[in-house]
Design a protein around this ligand. Sequence first.
Ligand SMILES: [Zn+2]
Ligand SMILES: [Zn+2]
Length: 279
Amino acid sequence: MQNFSYHTHTLFSDGRNAAEEMLEQAVKCGLAEVGFSEHLVVHKNFKQSPSWSKLQAYHGAHIYRTDFAEAAEAFANYKAKIEKLKKSYPLKIFVGAEVDFFTYDGWLEEFKNFRKQTNLDYYITGNHFLFPENCEYPIDADELTKHIPNPSQQKDFLRRHFLTIKKAAASGLFDFVAHIDYMRRVPGCNDESFMPEKEQLLQTLAKNNIPAELSTKGLRKDGHYYPAPILLQKMHMLNIPILISDDAHRTSELCRNFADAERLLQSLEYKNRWKLNKF
Ligand SMILES: [Zn+2]
Ligand SMILES: [Zn+2]
């Protein structure tokens, strides 16, 4: 069975447990490697977002930042803290980031600078926001219909979302892609919708050999994995590398349903499994 988990969160972002507690649990689960993929969500105009007040009520509100320099400092300190823990636990520990990819002018350069400054072990692209064409402000996925009442505009936002993940994957800046159909939570976006855009995204993953998750978080949210079966089949057909993730935000979620996910991959004969090749 897969003995690592690279998609986890601690109190540093919006997790509910400290890194030490997650590591103790990881040892109990028999993991050999753990990666902390804390949220990096930086948008220069966050405060102008119609979702800003909702975001401020979230227990992890501190993850929503307007300034890359501040984020880099926080992540560098966090990385140093985790480095110190390494010798106390009998497993490999990595520090990474789950990054919301934005497309406004200047964002990419700032992100590249962030990477240089922090030198984290790995990066995941995980997109939780929708935005207009020029990306002038982000909207919380669960508020799309509230703030963008026009259905055809809603479709534009969602189409753009899948093409944004595609762009992130093609950038070569990410080690793998998180929950590719996270947006199925939005009314008007189900397993079958936006298939041309999803296919384009999968083609890009295949062409660039970028892995994607089979995330058990979907089971906790709406009863099936991210990605939905139809996308998982397509991923398999395209021979996209895959890894199982839990997206654990608390100790009890670490490795949750890994045995089920393992059985699913075996039943599909999905053999192209991926892991971080570091150290
Ligand atoms: Zn996520
Ligand atoms: Zn996550």
